[in-house]
Structures are given as C-alpha cells and as structure tokens.
Design a protein around this ligand. Structure first.
Ligand code: ADP
Length: 235
C-alpha cells in the first residue's frame, strides 16, 4: 500500500509538472516548425533542404512526445457507469483489428459467460486495452498470438491479456509502472503507457498482476471489483 501511495503521489506530481512543461515547450516548437517551413520555401540548395527536413522531422517527433505527455497529465477522474466489460473489449478489438492483421498477430478471445456488470469509465477501460495491446504488438514484431480472456471470480472481474512476445526479465518487470520507464528507443516509447494503465486501474480500486518470461511472453491480469450497485449477471 505504501508503495501504491508513493506511486500515486509521484504520478500526481509528475502530472502537474509535465502539463506545465508540455505547454511551455509547445510554443517554441511551433516557432521552430514555422520558421523551418519558411527556410524550406525560400531555399533551393539541396544540402540545406535536406538538413531542414531533418529539423522538421525531429520537431514533429518532439511534438508527438509533448502530445502524449499532455494526454498523460490530463488524466481525468473516471466517469463511471454500469458497463459490460465483454462489450467494451469487443468494441476495442474492433478498433484495433487491422493493426493485428498488419502485424501478423492472431487474435483469440475467451469471454466468460455471466460476467457481472461493473461500475467503470468505459473510455478509460478502452484506454487500458489499447495501451496493453499496443505493447503486445511491440513485443511481437514477427507476429504471434494475442489472447484476451474475461472471468468472473468472486466479487471481481478478471481481464487477462496475454501475448507470445519477447517477455521481460524480472528486473524490467519491477519497473514497468514507473512513469517514463521504457526499454524502447525514443521513436517508439515514452514509458507512459503502463503508468496510465496503472492510474486508471487504481482509480477503479482494482489491481494488476503481471507474469512474464523472457522469450515466452507476458500476461497482464487486470482485476476490477464488482461494486455493490453493479451486481447482477448480464448476457
Ligand atoms: P513504452 O511502451 O512507451 O515503453 P510502457 O509504460 O507502456 O511504455 O511500458 C514500459 C516497458 O514495459 C516497455 O518499454 C517494455 O520494456 C515493458 N513492456 C510493457 N508491455 C510489455 C509486453 N507486453 N511485453 C514485453 N515487455 C513489455
């Protein structure tokens, strides 16, 4: 619990800090882009044009990092309603579908029957799925199997997301929820995806279990409580 509190505290501080910094940096980045564009239009020298394209590319990349930071720091308190997890997942998978196909990833679904409705923010649960799925895709550059499973266990709904990707060492596993922790290169990772997942699950009074083996794959189990008001089987 101590650790969780520390984490939440740290997230809140980083959130506030990054919102301010992101905003400040966005302005000069806009100028860099604007003036680079002007230089590009008023030059014909090939070397200069090549160089200026590099400046533009790097600036766009920096803007993308800022965009993610702003999204991260704008984490809202959940707007909860009664939701059917299976339905939210199915809609999310529909949204992600073509990316699985493009990455040669086989999709397996095992939806538990009689999953009780939970009180949760559908948009945030969607975000959890997307962030975990994108990480799984990165972990399976040569394709593989992505499995999604839901189960009702006592007063909880367990959402398991499994991939047959590169997996991670115990040392990495212990750090994955820290904001800005990433093993990816700067183009691919900001280290915020799982921090966002952690923040959302905590705001829903849930917990996350991670099982991973290098070379074999990774499972994330998102465990969400069924609120009193959410009791009752659907489907
Ligand atoms: P990012 O994806 O930008 O690096 P995340 O917070 O989403 O940030 O993930 C942090 C790190 O956790 C990743 O860099 C990677 O090392 C590890 N990780 C996350 N998901 C997986 C996965 N499914 N398989 C292997 N490693 C993973």
């Amino acid at each position: 619990l101590q650790n969780q509190l520390l984490h939440a505290d740290r997230l809140a501080t980083i959130g506030q800090l990054s919102a301010g910094v992101a905003h400040e940096i966005n302005e000069p980045l806009g100028s860099i882009l604007g003036f680079s564009q002007l230089i590009k239009e008023s030059n014909t020298d090939e070397t200069t044009l090549k160089d200026i394209d590099k400046v533009i590319k790097a600036t766009l990349h920096a803007r993308e990092i800022i965009r993610k930071l702003m999204l991260f720091s704008r984490q809202m308190p959940p707007r909860k309603s009664r939701i059917n997890v299976n339905q939210i997942i199915e809609e999310g998978l529909y949204f992600l579908g073509s990316r699985f196909v493009k990455n040669a990833i086989q999709l397996e679904r095992h939806y538990g029957k009689n999953i009780p409705e939970i009180i949760a923010d559908p948009g945030q649960i969607h975000q959890v799925l997307v962030n975990l799925a994108v990480n799984s895709m990165h972990a399976m550059p040569d394709g593989g199997v992505f499995t999604i499973e839901t189960n009702a266990v006592n007063e909880e709904v367990h959402l398991t997301i499994r991939d047959t990707g590169v997996g991670m060492t115990e040392e990495v596993r212990q750090k994955i929820f820290l904001p800005f922790f990433t093993t990816k290169d700067v183009q691919e990772g900001t280290g915020l995806g799982l921090s966002v997942v952690h923040g959302i699950v905590t705001a829903h009074h849930g917990r996350i279990e991670v099982i991973s083996r290098p070379g074999e794959g990774t499972s994330f189990v998102i465990i969400l409580p069924v609120n009193e008001a959410g009791k009752g089987a659907v489907q």
